[in-house]
Design a protein around this ligand. Structure first.
Ligand code: DGL
Length: 270
């Protein structure tokens, strides 16, 4: 099989990264991918950086064994703590795309100055990855971040677009430190599903930056630059693995991927 015909490997702590997989499928319908959700260790947002690096290295090896031509870390927390680890496992021939850098580039290029808010898991926010990346790229931007740990489990339980989720979102976004922001970054794979509610809070007056599309574009650019983009006219083929299967995960996949999918269990830690 030629390199360009090989699949893209995409991984996340669970099934939230399917929002990124879905954006890749929409932008690059000819590309095949293998998705891995580490449901045995979910959530990553509360884990130590060392544990996340350990999990990410093993998952990257699994995807390489499956002949993936590029790896997408579709998890903000893993992007914050394990990007270099995954690059080391992949070596120079397999490009690695994380979800933070494309958004940091987009933000620094589209906002000349001002205040940018970021919400995400405790792990992502405590790492200060968005603050460091964006303020390094554009010194006129001030990045303010707040951890919003209730949001990912809330969304996974199907609580969004209702009065309870709107109340929790409003409470997080009302923090004084977010006053006067010019844009808000949704720094977690689950948050595209609450984008509308965040827009309601801001009365559509500021841009809500959703990483899924920006990351899909970065994947396209990387595949083009490395000349490994799939140029066939056939539709891609998709496989979905998780490290611990439950029916509730399978049911929730539809929320994130917009269509029913079949999950296979891969016990890569046994
Ligand atoms: N995928 C994680 C992220 O984007 C959210 C869920 C978790 O904490 O594992 O940060």
């Amino acid at each position: 099989m030629t390199t360009s015909a090989r699949p893209i490997g995409i991984f996340d702590s669970g099934i939230g990264g399917l929002t990124v997989a879905n954006a890749i499928k929409n932008l690059l319908p000819n590309e095949s991918f293998i998705y891995f959700g580490d449901t045995a260790h979910l959530p990553y947002g509360d884990k130590s950086p060392e544990s996340i690096r350990h999990y990410a290295a093993r998952i990257a090896s699994f995807l390489i064994e499956k002949k993936c031509k590029a790896i997408v870390i579709a998890c903000n927390t893993a992007s914050a703590h394990a990007f270099k680890t995954v690059q080391d496992v992949c070596g120079p021939k397999i490009p690695v795309i994380n979800v933070v850098d494309p958004v940091a580039r987009y933000t620094s290029e589209n906002y000349r100055e001002g205040k940018i808010g970021v919400i995400g898991t405790k792990g992502t926010i405590q790492s200060r990855i968005y603050v460091n990346r964006i303020e390094k790229l554009n010194k006129k931007l001030k990045v303010l971040s707040n951890a919003t740990p209730l949001l990912a489990p809330m969304i996974e339980e199907g609580y969004f677009n209702n009065s309870i989720s709107q109340t929790i979102i409003n409470s997080y976004l009302s923090k004084p430190s977010f006053k006067g922001i010019d844009a808000l970054i949704l720094g977690c794979t689950h948050y595209p599903l609450i984008k509308k509610e965040v827009e309601v809070f801001y009365k559509k007056k500021i841009e809500i930056i959703d990483s899924a599309k920006v990351v899909a574009q970065a994947v396209q650019q990387e595949l083009q630059e490395k000349k490994i983009i799939n140029t066939t006219s056939e539709n891609g083929d998709y496989q979905f693995f998780i490290s611990d299967f439950t029916e509730s995960f399978e049911k929730s996949t539809k929320i994130f991927f917009k269509e029913k999918i079949e999950l296979k269990e891969a016990r890569i830690w046994d």
